[in-house]
Design a protein around this ligand. Structure first.
Ligand SMILES: [Zn+2]
Length: 365
């Protein structure tokens, strides 16, 4: 930065003009973003450029050249002081090292992750039906994850094959032992214990299973469950709700059908299939030529679940009868977010969602 002051070839007017023009240009292109550095560089009392010019040129100048030299020196000094007084005006000129004619740095705005986007789409369908969103912890106790949901002690889903348990829980009573929740259903129990009917909630969230990762499985994935509890809730309400939701998500010409199934916490239980969104039901590779795709599980809340909730509520209010199955009924449903996102966007490997690969994610922008 600090170039030595060149020797003046001569003190005639042309040489002086030339020398000061070079200095004026140097001053004009010096970076002023740090005004103090700029001031020191030019006006510093010991090593400033003006001080050096005084030493090199003025002191040794012949008397007849001093006036011409002094005028030009003062012009340069004024230019530098003006630049210091108005640093904001400086960036309009080309600053050394920055070409202001180049295009700027492009910072693309962020987008929701495709899984979050799918979750929002599903949740919003139910918000329009008057449901609200409830969330719960991912580390759960055995009671909320299994016991209150009517999983018998020896049910295979409790097997450590499926459930990731927290270490060193053996000394605790079995209902208090901690685990990573295997479904979002414990939030249904937490909500019912805290709140009397009517209930209409959706529960989006992460769940954990001891599954090896492959094209369609991941040890961590996302579910959305729904719970509706009120007087006079029937299986027809369940069918109508899910049929509407599937049409809202996949298009109004999608059909639904219900098959008997089994879940510990619902009775009766059903699997729901939708007509294939790829072939319209004619049969294709995606629906294994059946014309139907299985998408979610559902059923009427088992009275044993209401009994477990009532037992907990009675620890606070012994006469609590809000979840008497003689008076209220309810339905519940659940679906995997990854599966729906894969179907909607034609994603063939679940691992893409977690890879953080920009080439994949940018397609959803
Ligand atoms: Zn098909």
């Amino acid at each position: 930065m600090n170039e030595p002051i060149p020797q003046l070839p001569s003190y005639d007017e042309a040489s002086l003009d030339n020398a000061f023009a070079t200095l004026a240009e140097e001053a004009r292109t010096t970076d002023t973003t740090d005004p103090e550095a700029f001031r020191l560089h030019w006006l510093g009392r010991k090593q400033g450029r003006l001080k050096l010019i005084t030493e090199a040129w003025l002191k040794s100048a012949p008397p007849e050249a001093k006036k011409a030299l002094g005028i030009r020196f003062n012009q340069l000094k004024q230019q530098i002081e003006a630049a210091l007084d108005a640093p904001a005006a400086k960036p309009t000129t080309a600053v050394q090292g920055i070409d202001i004619t180049l295009p700027g740095t492009l910072r693309a705005p962020g987008i929701p992750h495709p899984l979050l986007k799918t979750m929002h789409e599903i949740v919003s369908v139910f918000h329009h039906l008057g449901y609200s969103t409830n969330l719960g912890p991912q580390v759960e106790s055995d009671f909320y994850n299994f016991e209150a949901l009517n999983f018998p002690e020896n049910h295979p889903a409790r097997d450590t094959q499926d459930t990731l348990v927290i270490a060193n829980q053996q000394s605790r009573p079995s209902r208090d032992r901690l685990l990573m929740r295997t479904h979002t259903s414990p939030v249904q129990i937490r909500t019912m214990i805290a709140q009397a009917p009517p209930i209409r909630i959706v529960i989006p969230g992460k769940v954990h299973r001891n599954d090896a990762a492959d094209a369609t499985h991941s040890p961590i994935f996302h579910q959305i469950e729904g719970l509706c509890v009120d007087t006079n809730i029937t299986f027809s309400d369940l069918k109508g709700t899910l049929d509407h939701a599937m049409k809202a998500l996949f298009g109004s010409d999608v059909k639904t059908r219900f098959f008997p199934s089994f879940f510990p916490f619902t009775e009766p239980s059903a699997d729901v299939q939708i007509s294939c969104i790829f072939c319209g039901g004619k049969g294709c590779r995606k629906c294994k030529h059946s014309g139907w795709i299985e998408l979610l599980g559902c059923g009427m809340v088992d009275p044993a679940v209401f009994a477990a909730v009532t037992a907990e509520r009675r620890k606070i209010n012994p006469s609590d009868d809000a979840y008497n199955p003689e008076k209220i009924t309810g339905f519940a449903f659940g679906m995997g977010v990854e599966r729906i996102a894969m179907m909607l966007h034609g994603v063939s490997d679940i691992g893409h969602f977690y890879s953080g690969d920009m080439r994949f994610l940018e397609q959803f922008a």
